[in-house]
Design a protein around this ligand. Structure first.
Ligand SMILES: *Cc1c(COP(=O)(O)O)cnc(C)c1O
Ligand SMILES: [Zn+2]
Length: 430
C-alpha cells in the first residue's frame, strides 16, 4: 500500500484519497469501479531491475510494493511465478518464430484467479475481516476457498443450482461454506450482495473490488521479467468480465511508468462467439449490451460484464483488438495445444489459443512478433467438453490383442498395430 496515491473512478473520473475500505465510487455506486493510482516516481526508487534480480520470493508476492497490499507475514499458497514456455512446436506449425504460452493452470487452485483471490484474502486480513464472500460457479470461488483455507479465513460462497461438478468438488474440499441458490446466476449474485451488505462480509465479487485487478496484473510483471523486459508485440487473453484483460494492461502500464519496459504490447481479447459483448461493443463502437451466454467456455460465459471500462480500455489504449471463436475452434485448440506442447487447458483458456490460430490465418500476427498467449486455467477442471470429442479409442481384451494382432506384426511394426486397431473390425469406445 506504500506507493498508493489514491483511487480514480472509471466512470466519473473523481479521484479519492487512499483508504482501506473504499471499494466503489460513492457517487456512481456499484458501477463506479475504481482504479488504483500509484506514485511511480517514489516507487521507482525501490522497484528497479536490481530489485527483481535480487528478489528470492518466487511467488506473486515478490511484487508486493507494486500492489495495493501490505507485506503479509503469514505463509500463503504459492501463487504465481508460473512457467512461460517458448512453444516452438506450436509456433512451427503456425509459422511463428517467437511464440510463448504462460501456463496459469499451474497455480495452486489451477487458474489465474488465484492472483486475485490471494489479494482478496490479504485485504480481508488487513481490514480485520474473517469471512470473505463471493458468488461464482467457477474459478473465482474455488481459488477463494483454497487461499482462504490456507490463511485460516472463512469463505461463504453462493452458487447457482446448476454449478458444474468439478469446480464444486474443489469448493467442498477446501471447506467453503456453500449455499446453492435455487435460481440463475443473477439471483445468486444478488443473494451474495445482500449477505455482504447485511453482515459486513469482505467482498470478493469480480470487478467490484479494485484490489483484485491489482493482484491479477502480476501475470504481466512475470511475463515481462521472464522475457527480460524485452519489447513484446502481442499478448492474447480470453475475456469474460474484463478484469483479467484490464489487469494485463495495468501490469504493463505500471512497468512502462517505471521505465522498465520501452513499450506496452498490443493487447488482444478473445471471446466466445456465443457470448461476445466486448467484441460487439468494440466492433460497433457502442456501449456494452447484455448478450446470451451460449458457450462451453463457462469461465468466460459472462453476458453482463462487470468491468466494461477497464476491459475496453486495455484494447483501445494499446491499439489491440477483440476477436471471437466458436466452441468447435475452442475444442480444436485444446487438442492442438495439448498434442504440440503438453499443456492441458480448460475451454476458457483454450479460447485464447483458438484466437491465436485465427489471427494467424487472418495474417494479423507477423512471424517474428513476440507473442504471448495466457492460458488462464487448467483442463482438469472441465474434462467433459473435451471428452465429448473422443469417440475412437479401441477397446479389446489383452488376450485378443496379443494373439490376433501382435502376432501379425514384426518387431519394428508397432505402427502396424496401431493401424489395425483403427480399422472397423476393432470395437471403439465412446
Ligand atoms: C475468469 C477467467 C477468465 C476471464 O477473466 P475475466 O476477468 O472474467 O475477464 C478467463 N479464463 C479463465 C480460466 C477464468 O477463470
Ligand atoms: Zn464515479
Amino acid at each position: 500500500m506504500k506507493y498508493v496515491n489514491g483511487f480514480k473512478c472509471t466512470i466519473c473520473n473523481t479521484v479519492f484519497e487512499k483508504s482501506d475500505n473504499l471499494l466503489t465510487c460513492p457517487k456512481c455506486g456499484e458501477k463506479g469501479i475504481l482504479d488504483v493510482l500509484y506514485d511511480y516516481d517514489r516507487m521507482k526508487t525501490e522497484v528497479t531491475k536490481n530489485y527483481f534480480n535480487s528478489n528470492k520470493d518466487f511467488t506473486m508476492l515478490r511484487y508486493t510494493p507494486l500492489m495495493s497490499i501490505n507485506l503479509i507475514k503469514q505463509e500463503t499458497l504459492k501463487v504465481g511465478w508460473t512457467p512461460l514456455y517458448k512453444t516452438n512446436n506450436l509456433g512451427r506449425k503456425l509459422g511463428l518464430n517467437r511464440l510463448y504460452v504462460k501456463d496459469e493452470g499451474l497455480n495452486p487452485t489451477a487458474s489465474l484467479k488465484d492472483r486475485a483471490s490471494l489479494v482478496a484474502c490479504i485485504k480481508a486480513i488487513e481490514n480485520n475481516q474473517q469471512i470473505i464472500c463471493c458468488s461464482s460457479t467457477g474459478n473465482a470461488a474455488s481459488s477463494l476457498a483454497g487461499n482462504a483455507a490456507k490463511l485460516g479465513l472463512k469463505s461463504l460462497i453462493f452458487v447457482p443450482k446448476r454449478a458444474p461438478i468439478g469446480k464444486l468438488a474443489q469448493l467442498v474440499t477446501y471447506g467453503a461454506n456453500l449455499i446453492k441458490i435455487d435460481g440463475d446466476y443473477k439471483q445468486t449474485f444478488n443473494a451474495s450482495k445482500e449477505a455482504i451488505d447485511k453482515f459486513g462480509l469482505y467482498n470478493r465479487n469480480a470487478a467490484i473490488n479494485p484490489h483484485l485487478v491489482e493482484g491479477k496484473k502480476t501475470v504481466a510483471f512475470e511475463i515481462a521479467e521472464q522475457l527480460d523486459f524485452k519489447d513484446i508485440d502481442n499478448v492474447i487473453v480470453s475475456v469474460g468480465d474484463g478484469c483479467t484483460i484490464g489487469a494485463v494492461y495495468k501490469g504493463f502500464y505500471d512497468l512502462y511508468n517505471l521505465d522498465l519496459i520501452a513499450s506496452i504490447p498490443r493487447i488482444i481479447g478473445v471471446q466466445s462467439e456465443g457470448c461476445s459483448p466486448f467484441y460487439t461493443a468494440w466492433k460497433t463502437n457502442t456501449k456494452l449490451v447484455e448478450t446470451e451466454e451460449n458457450t462451453i467456455a463457462d469461465s468466460i460465459a459472462v453476458g453482463i460484464p462487470r468491468n466494461p471500462v477497464k476491459g475496453l480500455n486495455a484494447v483501445k489504449k494499446t491499439d489491440g483488438l477483440f476477436i471471437t471463436v466458436t466452441d468447435d475452434e475452442i475444442l480444436e485448440a485444446t487438442s492442438e495445444l495439448g498434442k504440440t506442447e503438453g499443456i492441458f487447458t480448460e475451454p476458457a483458456a483454450s479460447a485464447s489459443i483458438a484466437g491465436l490460430i485465427k489471427l494467424v490465418k487472418e495474417n494479423k500476427i507477423s512471424k517474428d512478433d513476440i507473442t504471448v498467449v495466457i492460458a488462464t486455467g487448467n483442463g482438469l477442471k472441465d474434462q467433459s467438453s473435451i471428452l465429448s470429442r473422443v469417440n475412437n479409442v479401441p477397446v479389446i481384451t489383452a488376450e485378443k490383442l496379443i494373439k490376433d494382432i501382435f502376432s501379425k506384426c514384426n518387431k519394428n511394426e508397432v505402427d502396424k498395430v496401431l493401424r489395425i486397431l483403427k480399422t472397423d473390425e476393432v470395437k471403439k469406445d465412446d
